[in-house]
Write a protein that binds this ligand. Sequence first.
Ligand code: ZN
Length: 269
Amino acid sequence: MTLADPARLSLNTATVKAQWSLAQSIEGCARHGIRDIAPWRDKLAELGPKKAASLIRSHDLSVTGLCRGGFFTAKDWLDDNRRAIEEAHALEADCLVLVVGGLPEGSKDLGRARERVQECISKILPEARAAGVPLAIEPLHPMQAADRACINTLEQALDMCDALGDGIGVAVDIYHVWWDPKLEQQIKRAGKKRTLAYHICDWLVPTRDLAYDRGMMGDGIIELAKIRSWIESAGYSGFHEVEIFSERDWWQRDPDEVLRICKERHRLT
Ligand code: ZN
């Protein structure tokens, strides 16, 4: 198994969200020689997209993705997604990640929720195409189907991409899809064209929190190097974005230490 290319490492700001502002994360990446960053929009709002874009550029970084659009269950979903597309455009982000939302309030109809996601995406897709912002559907682990995303496998996401056409693909987040028996097959299917982002971390045993107990690469049970080899054989040559939500561990640590360890562990993934 070959080592991961250090130049492919990107920092998703969620990894140090408890410790650092966006400006500090940008400066931290530059200090640690990490050339790419993926901000969340709550952090982006601290600076505003214009200021953030110029700070990112002045530190010679590029943006692998903006997290997140989607949440089509929200009342203001259309305006919010339009804003997200504008922000991703301002940052020249490689993609806008879509976390699509779960069941609408009061509903138990998962099939209908999924259809609705496709209808909503088809409304925003022309604007995203015009802005040059690829949309990346991120399937989430089925434990979050009700509250965060009713698209739960790469296969579902790719079926939707096929129905929607160009300008849309998937964000492969290892934490959400590592268990899928069709993972290798669907990674191959996604290929270079549809794979827009690759998010890495690890699955801890036991997991103590459904959202905020992700592990550092190497601390859990995901076969990271194997899955990266599948993704690379499928033609993906983009970035490996470290995204670790970790209330009890990594968010408690010195962020410079977190970045140092991310770099070390990334090589082995
Ligand atoms: Zn992710």
